[in-house]
Design a binder for this molecule. Structure first.
Ligand code: BGC
Length: 760
């Protein structure tokens, strides 16, 4: 026997001798009693709208019919415990009597809503994200839901893509730290699921945020190396944190749709990262592979299953065609068994075989959802998620000032709630008007339409409802003329000491299916801001948005800009806390704000070119730049102001040299030079000077949020090892190449000081 044969024999022997776990024995036994149809049924996930009534199951329901035949493994999209209970009862009485799992898009809260995920990322605070996910899991679990379709960890470098709002921004390192926090928050830190912990579902695997030109669902053209270095770290971090499931994405990668991409699902996710849970398709993603041009539904379903996709969401490709494919020999029973086992394992781990109703507890729902305590947490969390983009000193406001609160988003609760909040009390979210008028003397005017084009405004406001609510009648838009709205706002502004203008995007302008080619404020809102500015009163712009916008004009004209994103259930109060200085803002951008849409994709961790040009320098022939715009963004990654100021001392290293197996400490002293206490997010970047592949000009490798009292200094230390200096080389090996590295520390990706480290 050669060494290889001995090794294989040893592995086989060990496997044969390893006693089966209780879970394996249970599932072996269960599967031995299941019919082929029942096994395929476990691979089928349907949305709750397959029920005619959101309240109860009726005889005519499509989903009920499938349930009675044992042809559903789970249901998603209902937050109604009564409906879920009825479904579970039917599932247990039918077929093999296997309990369902219940999924839901719990994205930034369940009934209590927190800031949208992009906003959460600007806190640069993993423990805050974990706290948010923990509360969300508790609320979801108390409603009967045991599987949340979160976190969304798609890296995005192009603000035209509306789904940038759902993720953690453009940086893979920060994205990875946040991904882990979400997983721990939803699932806990161990492998047991308490009744208030739920399965996480990491999405969208993979590279969905690379959609060409920011157009949703578009193709992704990235090299494997760029994908691994620039995009994959958050998916990997989530696997390492024990994520229970992944959702495959709509896009293709290397000419193969992600939902049938064996390299992504098997080679990378399972074989290389050790993921052992199940993968569900995105909604109708298998059926969409027909449009991608791979084959008919039967063919693409077979290919998806074989590539490692376990569960079919809403395509009916698996229940509709797998049996036929098996009869024709294009798939094997082992393919079906493998997928079925993974789903049964998830149900076993959730404890559903022991007690299928363990998540359905009416008393728990009544006492632990949308509570005062959870809403207070939403307010606190929102404090850390507001980015002060500009301030000429007008902020913070005095509570004695007369304030004109103006703008089409100022009294809109949905603007505070944000996208993907289906189970929330969306219309009860505290508006900015409410938040301000509770504590100061204020007047209100709507101020403007959303868009000057009524058809566009109608489509943006009501497109979502038209798509999902049969017979929906949209209320008319543009009832009051724009000129009258502006006149009223100007009159209110004239009587005030300061204007707070709440403008930006309503939630339907970001999220899924909401790409934009012009990412400036809308024409109607710009007109309002110009009229307000002309009054001579100071204007504070409160920006509600789910994506970076182009704000060159506003940056020049407004006295202050506070970007509050969509801050959640308690949004208006949390924003007022910052406007009046009860809370000192500390958030920093996790996405670059471009000056112009023509600069996109724009991201801080770009490569150098052979003909680089300084970011702020004007046009020059034959170097890498534009005729009509500088290369610099308006607001860079990592940027955000405070009501105080921080000064950074020089960066020092514990040693200028580091052996490959050693470590080094980089330190900086940060001083609060203002007269208010504040939190500063200290960022560490590296640059690999020469490498066998080109490397980004800067890469974030560490961050710390520190509280510094007025006039005080703190020393901030970062430990670096070869791991922090490694990257995927051309052969996709993770390597740290000896040589020189620039180590930079600062307050944003633009404002850093550096020193050199030699690795040998
Ligand atoms: C989205 C997913 C979501 C799923 C289920 C899809 O359209 O892309 O993010 O989880 O729907 O609602």
């Amino acid at each position: 026997m050669n060494i290889k044969t001995i090794t294989i024999a040893a592995v086989l022997f060990a496997t044969a001798c390893t006693p089966k776990s209780g879970m394996d024995k249970y599932i072996d036994d269960l599967m031995s009693r299941m019919t082929l149809e029942q096994k395929i049924g476990q691979l089928n996930l349907h949305s709750a709208p397959g029920f005619i009534s959101a309240e109860r199951v009726t005889e005519e329901d499509e989903n009920a019919k499938l349930l009675r035949q044992g042809l559903l493994g789970g249901i998603y999209g209902s937050g109604n415990p009564e409906l879920l209970r009825q479904c579970q009862e039917i599932a247990l009485e039918s077929g093999a009597g296997i309990p369902l799992i219940f999924g839901m898009d719990v994205i930034h809260g369940h009934e209590t809503v927190f800031p949208v995920p992009l906003a959460l990322s600007t806190s640069w605070n993993p423990s805050l994200v974990e706290r948010m996910a923990r509360i969300s899991a508790k609320e979801a679990a108390a409603t009967g839901i045991n599987w949340v379709f979160s976190p969304m960890v798609d890296i995005c470098r192009d603000a035209r893509w509306g789904r940038i709002v759902e993720g953690g921004g453009e940086d893979p390192y920060l994205g990875g730290e946040l991904a882990k926090a979400y997983i721990y928050g939803y699932q806990g830190h161990d492998t047991n699921y308490d009744t208030d912990e739920v399965l996480a579902c990491v999405k969208h695997y993979a590279l969905y945020g690379g959609a060409l030109a920011g157009r949703d669902y578009n193709s992704v053209f990235l090299s494997r190396q760029e994908a691994m270095n620039g995009y994959m770290a958050p998916y990997k971090a989530a696997a390492e944190a024990g994520a229970a499931s992944y959702m495959s994405s709509f896009n293709e990668f290397e000419g193969i749709p992600a939902s049938m991409n064996r390299w992504l699902m098997q080679d990378v996710l399972r074989d290389s990262w050790g993921f052992d849970g199940f993968i569900v398709s995105d909604a109708t993603a298998i059926a969409e592979e027909v449009n991608h041009g791979i084959g008919d539904l039967q063919e693409v379903s077979a290919l998806s299953l074989q590539a490692g996709l376990d569960m079919d969401m809403n395509s009916d490709g698996y229940i509709g065609t797998l049996k036929k494919s098996l009869e024709e020999g294009s798939i094997s029973e082992a393919d079906i068994n493998r997928a079925c086992r993974r789903i049964l394992e998830a149900k076993w781990k959730l404890g559903l075989f022991e007690d299928p109703f363990r998540y359905l507890d009416d008393a728990r729902h009544a006492s632990s959802v949308y509570t005062d305590e959870n809403r207070a947490a939403a307010r606190e969390i929102a404090h850390e998620c507001q980015v002060l983009l500009k301030n000429n000193g007008v902020l913070p406001l005095s509570k004695d000032a007369r304030i004109a609160v103006v703008g089409p988003l100022a009294q809109d609760p949905m603007a505070m709630t944000g996208t993907w909040a289906m189970s929330s009390h969306a219309r009860e979210s505290v508006t900015l008007w409410q938040g301000i008028s509770e504590v100061a003397k204020a007047s209100y005017a709507e101020g403007s339409w959303l868009y000057k084009d009524a058809a566009l405004e109608d489509a943006v406001r009501y497109g979502l409802y038209k798509a999902f609510v049969p017979g929906f009648q949209a209320p008319p838009v543009h009832i009051t003329p724009q000129s009258a709205l502006i006149a009223e706002a100007v009159a209110k502004a004239r009587q005030a000491d300061v204007v707070v203008a709440c403008v930006g995007e309503i939630p339907n302008m970001n999220g899924e299916g909401a790409s934009r080619t012009d990412i400036g404020l809308s024409d109607a809102q710009k007109e309002l801001l110009a009229a307000l500015k002309a009054t001579g009163k100071p204007v504070v712009m409160v920006l509600v948005t789910g994506r970076p916008l182009t704000l060159v004009e506003e940056d020049a004209r407004m006295d202050a800009i506070l970007n509050v994103w969509s801050p959640g259930s308690e949004g208006g109060r949390a924003v007022a806390d910052v406007l009046f200085g009860d809370v000192n803002p500390s958030a920093k951008l996790t996405t670059t704000f471009p000056r112009s849409v023509g600069q996109l994709p724009l991201y801080y961790n770009h490569k150098n070119t052979g003909r680089p040009h300084p970011d702020d320098a004007p046009y020059k022939k034959f170097v890498s730049c534009y005729i009509d715009e500088i290369n610099a963004p308006l607001y860079p990654f990592g940027y955000g102001l405070s009501y105080t100021t921080f000064e950074y001392g020089p960066v020092t290293l514990s040693s200028a040299e580091m052996p490959l197996d050693g470590s080094v400490t980089a330190s900086v002293t940060v001083t609060n030079t203002g007269d208010r206490d504040g939190d500063e997010i200290v960022q560490l970047y590296i640059h690999d000077v020469y490498a066998t592949s080109t490397r980004p000009v800067k890469e974030l490798k560490g961050f710390q949020k520190v509280h510094i009292a007025a006039g005080q200094s703190v020393q901030v230390d970062f430990t670096l090892t070869a791991e922090d200096l490694s990257f995927y080389n051309h052969d996709l090996e993770w390597v740290c190449e000896p040589g020189d590295f620039e180590i930079m520390i600062g307050s944003s990706s633009r404002d850093v000081q550096g020193t050199m480290l030699r690795v040998q």
